[in-house]
Write a protein that binds this ligand. Structure first.
Ligand SMILES: [Mn+2]
Length: 347
């Protein structure tokens, strides 16, 4: 297992100098952020990023994300050109030593929360999803991090409408086309592609979401039969519904060698199915993090892992979910569990 940490590039208030001091973190997970979604990343930009990371003694073997343009998900407009660009990005990243690319196929919105700074009883702040609040939200007028704010209200309404018409099966068809196009390039480049599950794993605002549960993950993997075609298994995304048994899913897909990249975090599920992001420690949320780590360990997991979102603690001001302190505690906690498992059961 290789422990990594997400880094949002030179503008991130969490710096490489800070990250390198977290025990056991050997690399960062990052991306070129200056290029519009769908376009090819300049080789010089990729190389510059890698040089910055390597200069601090860290590795840059995982990219999160190379985003998928809406035209690909909708199968419209410049879809084929964007797919060709995507292939070129895979080749260019492989050329500098990238081994794994994380992406998602969520229409319009990336992860969705109703509030990014909900105070918790201990005085920390966390990202939360309260079903009642989400039901009152107007998706054409929203602005949250991870959401594309470049759309006008009318454009957003039209986009949402197009996805409603496309429906789940239409989205599957476009995902299959994308996978069948890019995977031969990924295999040839020896890059492991890991799809990130939808967060949360259910339809919001009537827009289809399909990377949500075991049945759909099976269907996804069956689209292309090669270990390079895998899952960035995110315990917090799939785990915010009790219907997903995370240790069981980890055990199954890790044993199949289909998890190149693991996001491990906890989440607290509330009675009405809402959820709050919690500290990584098992007792703070609804997931058994030791059982998750044991499932990885038992199946000989040798991929990349990172702590996922953290709370804001100790007065830190940073990008919601991506401060230094709570994620560093998460990395250390996960490394502690892993070291224990290794010593109890050396392979
Ligand atoms: Mn995640």
């Amino acid at each position: 297992m290789k422990m990594t940490f997400r880094w949002y590039g030179p503008d991130d208030p969490v710096t490489l100098d800070m990250i390198r001091q977290i025990p056991g973190v050997t690399g960062v997970v990052t991306a070129v952020y200056s290029v519009p979604v769908g376009e090819v990343w300049p080789v010089e930009e990729i190389q510059k990023l890698k040089d910055m990371v390597n200069a601090k003694g860290l590795e840059m073997e995982v990219i999160e994300s190379v985003p998928v343009h809406e035209d690909i998900k909708l199968g419209t407009g410049d879809c084929e050109r964007y797919i060709e660009n995507y292939k070129e990005n895979i080749r260019r990243l492989a050329a500098v030593g990238v081994k794994c690319i994380c992406y998602n196929f969520m229409p319009v919105f990336d992860w969705t929360r109703s509030r990014l700074d909900q105070p918790l009883p201990d005085g920390s702040q966390a990202l939360v999803y309260y079903k009642e609040d989400v039901a009152k939200m107007d998706p054409t007028k929203l602005a949250l991090p991870g959401w594309d704010s470049s759309y006008t209200t009318d454009e957003m309404a039209a986009l949402i409408d197009a996805y409603k018409k496309l429906g789940e099966e239409g989205l599957w068809k476009n995902l299959e086309h994308f996978i069948k196009e890019i995977m031969p390039v990924a295999v040839e480049s020896d890059v492991y592609m890991g799809i990130h599950p939808d967060d949360p794993p259910w339809s919001i605002f009537g827009i289809p979401r399909i990377i949500t549960n075991e049945e759909n993950l099976d269907r996804f993997l069956s689209l292309y039969d090669d270990p390079h075609h895998g899952i960035s298994l995110c315990s917090g995304s799939l785990g915010c519904t009790r219907s997903n048994d995370i240790p069981k899913l980890v055990r199954k897909y890790s044993a199949m060698g289909r998890i190149p990249f693991a996001h491990v975090r906890n989440v607290k599920i509330l009675d009405d199915g809402s959820f709050e992001e919690s500290a990584h420690y098992s007792a703070c949320g609804s997931l058994d993090v030791v059982a998750i780590m044991k499932a990885y360990h038992d199946t000989g997991f040798d991929g990349y892992m990172r702590p996922d979102h953290g709370r804001m603690i100790w007065g830190e001001k940073a990008r919601p979910g991506y401060g230094l302190y709570d994620r560093a505690l998460g990395a250390t906690y996960l490394n502690g569990i892993w070291e224990t498992l290794e010593k109890l059961d050396p392979r």
